[in-house]
Design a protein around this ligand. Sequence first.
Ligand code: DP6
Length: 320
Amino acid sequence: MQATAIAQPNIALIKYWGKRDVERNLPAVGSISITLRDLHTRMRVAFDDALGGDLLTVNGVPDEKMLPRLSACLDRIAGTNRPGARIVSDCNFPIAAGLASSASSFAALTVAGAAAAGKSYTTAELASLAGQASGSAARSLLGGFVELSNAGDDIAVREICAAEDWPLAVVVAITETGPKPVGSTEAMEISRRTSPFYARWVEQQPEELAVARAAIADREFSKLAAIAEHNCLKMHSVMWAARPPMVYWNAATMRCLQTIRRLQGEGVDVFFTIDAGPQVKAVCLPDAVPVVEAALRGTDGVTDFMTTGLGQGARLETDT
Ligand code: DP6
């Protein structure tokens, strides 16, 4: 009746932005991500007949705000007549600041919840369950380079390249750790309803997925860099043109972009990507890490940074 799972966040290189079915949380577009190694969420789920409802602590602090979303996820995993659950979540990076904490949280919750409930779901079923809670969470079930595709009436995830087969590194430049002004779920709907660029975004995605897939298959860094930066800037353009506009960047975000452009000009293999928050993720070849770290450390407004390689998908921990 109890299990612990660990999952790493993932960073999309070809982004998920927009939903084709809000009720079932099905994405409007496919996406490709890399699963990180050194950032994690550890989630322990213990069902207990004596509990009247669910209880959640995040990094040791009771959290009622996130609880309904986690409870709904456990209902889908274990059925609505399940016992109450004691959920303990520990995360070693800032939550809700555009660092995909929901991805690692819901991937870990899905794996731990299924094990605690004694269910043996297939990867496809786990992806569907995690994805209903948070679209990007389905990708954290797998490691390395992961593609999420819209498969028929649901979604599917597959590893398209193992972490060790193209061991890229990511330097995350933290510029602010407060929670974001608009959550991505709401921001996607505002984009869909009001952005004049939204339809074109959805239409062009298959082409960009194909370019990224080929770049990954051929380990062509500069080709992947070009398509990932383009896709990221296009996603933000969709938001900037929405009403109300949604701008997740701050001045330091922009300065990081300038730093990365300068490095690229010096021949360093690095590119940027930015999600629904002000942090900048610099993806680079492992040899470039010291120079990328030094350049971002010297960028005004960067308060901290984290460097990581690529890692595995969500998994159970054996100590329960
Ligand atoms: C910008 O997966 O957080 O990080 O399905 O509404 O929970 P919901 O959205 P979420 O959105 C992630 C958006 C993104 C891009 C990406 O990870 O692909």
